[in-house]
Ligand binder design. Structure first.
Ligand SMILES: Nc1ncnc2c1ncn2[C@@H]1O[C@H](COP(=O)(O)OP(=O)(O)OP(=O)(O)O)[C@@H](O)[C@H]1O
Length: 317
């Protein structure tokens, strides 16, 4: 990306926003993929690690930029607890996990891992800039961005300032998550960033007695949500207690089976030839309206009242 012109980057479907952070001379990152969830706790960091490990097993060199700056968990999942970042001149050197994945995380900057990060928006954006512009990533085939949950300030900065090829949306089967998934897809579309597809995590539990799938959080919404949003359904991941234990032991990457997250890894490998499409917002709204109508969820305004839109001080973006 360092030597790419803005036109070349645009042709490759990458972020060419004028607010883009500069890349330094010692980083040569070929593809940047964001992993996002509309809501916390659906396993976004878990999926970030699984995607990074899957790409690594396919022969790619991989790093993870932990943009969940106030709730960082990548060092924890990859056995880097208690490590501190090193620097060389002006540039940070990412930590290298035992599995070989390079990691940049606010947790590696803290004196104690249980210290809270009490930074306001501009400082958070500054940290993100350091993680990209002031970090010597070296040659990387893929940099995975573990984005903060939701549609807040840091998520916006990621979209506007990092040269993302596209995002993977992580959901779970709870009903409320479907609405939040559509928000996450719409956010990417409004920022003109492509969507590789949706991964449904915590999708089911395999019964230890008869191998049946138990829908612990209700039935899967993956296919329906992907169709409504007009994006690909990539993978469904079960809840696996052995993997939860591996997370706590900092050895998630090593504990994952070889063919884990196959749809997502394959789609990421295809980026070379097939850019992630930016969802069509108007078509998506039409499908969502038709779906709501089919359920009888018609909006009504009680007599004497009127609807009012939010009136923030500034344009959101
Ligand atoms: N498929 C899974 N099987 C077993 N355990 C899982 C699975 N997915 C997630 N977990 C467990 O849930 C924990 C939290 O996951 P993770 O940190 O990825 O959530 P998150 O969505 O990134 O959270 P937040 O958005 O709040 O940062 C993991 O440490 C792991 O123990």
């Amino acid at each position: 990306m360092a030597c790419e012109s803005r036109d070349e980057a645009a042709a490759a479907g990458k972020n060419t926003n004028p607010q883009a952070f500069e890349e330094n001379a010692l980083s040569e990152v070929r593809h940047v993929i964001g992993v996002v969830s509309g809501k916390g706790g659906v396993g976004k960091s878990f999926v970030s690690v699984a995607l990074a490990a899957g790409l690594q097993k396919a022969g790619a060199t991989v790093g993870i930029l932990d943009a969940d700056i106030t709730g960082p968990s990548i060092p924890y999942l990859l056995g880097l607890r208690g490590q501190r970042l090193m620097s060389l001149g002006d540039l940070y050197l990412p930590s290298i996990a035992p599995c070989g994945i390079k990691v940049m995380s606010s947790n590696l900057l803290l004196g104690r891992e249980d210290d809270p990060v009490l930074w306001r928006g501009p400082v958070l954006a500054g940290a993100l800039r350091q993680f990209w512009s002031q970090t010597s990533w070296g040659p990387l085939d893929y940099l995975i961005i573990d984005m903060p949950p939701g549609t807040g300030d840091v998520a916006l900065t990621c979209y506007q300032s990092l040269p993302m090829d596209g995002v993977v949306i992580v959901s779970s089967p709870q009903d409320i998550v479907s609405m939040i998934v559509t928000k996450a897809v719409k956010m990417a579309a409004r920022m003109d960033i492509g969507v590789l597809g949706i991964v449904e995590n915590l999708s089911y539990l395999v019964s230890p007695t008869d191998g049946a799938e138990i829908d612990l959080f209700g039935p899967s919404h993956l296919k329906r949500d992907a169709e409504l949003c007009g994006v690909d359904a990539l993978d469904r991941l079960p809840i696996e207690p052995a993997l939860a234990e591996a997370c706590d032991q900092g050895r998630l990457a090593d504990a994952l089976p070889d063919d884990y997250l196959p749809g997502t890894v394959a789609r990421a490998l295809m980026l070379e030839a097939v850019p992630a499409p930016v969802p069509d917002l108007a078509a998506m709204d039409a499908r969502l309206d038709a779906y709501r109508d089919s359920l009888g969820l018609v909006d009504g305004v009680p007599e004497g009242m009127e609807e009012r839109d939010a009136t923030p001080d500034e344009e959101p973006f």
